[in-house]
Design a protein around this ligand. Sequence first.
Ligand SMILES: Cc1cc2nc3c(=O)[nH]c(=O)nc-3n(C[C@H](O)[C@H](O)[C@H](O)COP(=O)(O)OP(=O)(O)OC[C@H]3O[C@@H](n4cnc5c(N)ncnc54)[C@H](O)[C@@H]3O)c2cc1C
Length: 496
Amino acid sequence: MKTPSIIVIGAGVGGIAAAARLAQHGSHVTVLEKNSQAGGRCDHISRDGHHFDTGPTLLVMPLLYDAEFAKLGASAREMLQLQRVDPTYHLVFDDGSQLALTSDLNSMREQLESIEPKSYLGFLRYLEEGHRHYHLGVDRLVNRDFRKATDFFTLANLPLLFQLKPLVGHYRNMSAYFDDPRLKSAFTFQDVYMGLSPFEAPATFSMMPYTELAHGVWYPKGGMHRVVEALMEIASTAGVEFVYEATVERIDVSGEKARGVVLADGRRLDADVILANADLPYVYRDLLPQDAMADRLENKRFSCSVVSFFWGVDKTYETLNPHTLFLADDYRENFKSIIDDLTIPENPSLYIHAPARLDPSMAPAGEDTLIAIVPVGHVSKNGEQDWASIRDEARGHVFRRLKTLGITDLEAHIKFEVNFTPLSWRKRYNLMKGSTHGLCHNLTQLGYFRPSNRHARYHNLYFVGASTRPGTGIPTALVSGRLAAERIMDDLEVLG
Ligand SMILES: Cc1cc2nc3c(=O)[nH]c(=O)nc-3n(C[C@H](O)[C@H](O)[C@H](O)COP(=O)(O)OP(=O)(O)OC[C@H]3O[C@@H](n4cnc5c(N)ncnc54)[C@H](O)[C@@H]3O)c2cc1C
């Protein structure tokens, strides 16, 4: 049999993982990336000795990293030099009270009981549920491809309707465990990673706070971009060829086949298989002939976006922990502003990352590297939002919130700022609507209902990444890479 030729559009985590696996199994794989470096959303920038992860900052669900790296013949723990971050997050509430989420149960008991008497018991029960949701969710939903409806709608899956609580709202479900709204928000804010508000997310997602505490939040030495470098090492060893500054302008199709791609500079490259890692709704809208599916996808629910600030600072803020989260009292209103009104809340919840607390080499000696992330709505259909003023508002909120921790002079110590708005996300990575996590994970966009990793008409065109199965996040992108590669290999085998 002739060696199959495969073109991967985009060098995001899912694309590189799939490329590595396909090359290890004998295909000739070329990855075409529009930017000058690999990683997609898992990107990084460096300036004057300050190093920033511009996308992911949290290595969560470590067991999936272990499993996926092992399937690529490598060890995540060895390649990434992981250190555990514990406490994971320092939560700061509007009234100034704080909660450090930690795997130290004695500390959790003390802290929780001081916020709400008898809540420790609720916490243990919540973890028990999270444990069940995590293991069932990973085994039965995340690690599976649903190539046809009958793979999903099985009698064996029926009990999941009760076991995973997909029909129960996550926030509403919290009343079974806690009364204090601060605790309800402390164990549901992670839903935003799925692009959802806890008021609409299924209770299934208690799996996230569970895995963060039980399996840990980790940090690779040198930052999250190390994950990309490790994958590149595996892929390059397997013979994958990477071409940068190679923007695909169109996928060439005829009949029921994708024939190749046409690049922005006019070059045309043919292949037996095309695997698109670029954001799936964007691929349907911008790279393929227009059809009803492109419209359907554009009208689906997208996750929110964020305004991010990357600051090189001329002094060290030792009191800032690695991951600090300011959670707003008006939690419901916060999500409404972001998700329904597509804007910035009046008093937004926000996140600050100080990587030099974990790895001093992320900032020059005596200085600091700070990242602030403020969730906001995605770009609206008619694009009427004023992102410059939303960005300035977001910056003001970060400075205001830091005062709660006694940090009043940050503004005066910033040497330089780089910032990203939803328009930056859209432009840098071709993310539709500048939505940082792609299609969100509500009930109608999960499992079999999430867009398939193979095109319905062009049978040699496949998809990998956040907006296809299983979903968003780095560990899920690794799984997505394996699922897409396995499907391609199975199909190639059938075709002989
Ligand atoms: C701000 C932010 C914070 C996050 N935090 C976390 C976190 O803490 N933990 C976590 O696990 N996940 C996090 N995520 C999610 C995670 O980064 C993504 O889910 C994951 O990186 C998506 O990978 P992907 O395989 O979908 O590829 P993408 O990252 O979408 O990469 C696709 C690639 O395709 C390229 N491309 C697009 N169009 C073309 C074209 N026409 N021609 C050629 N190339 C093209 C793009 O440039 C890009 O490199 C975060 C994301 C963001 C944005």
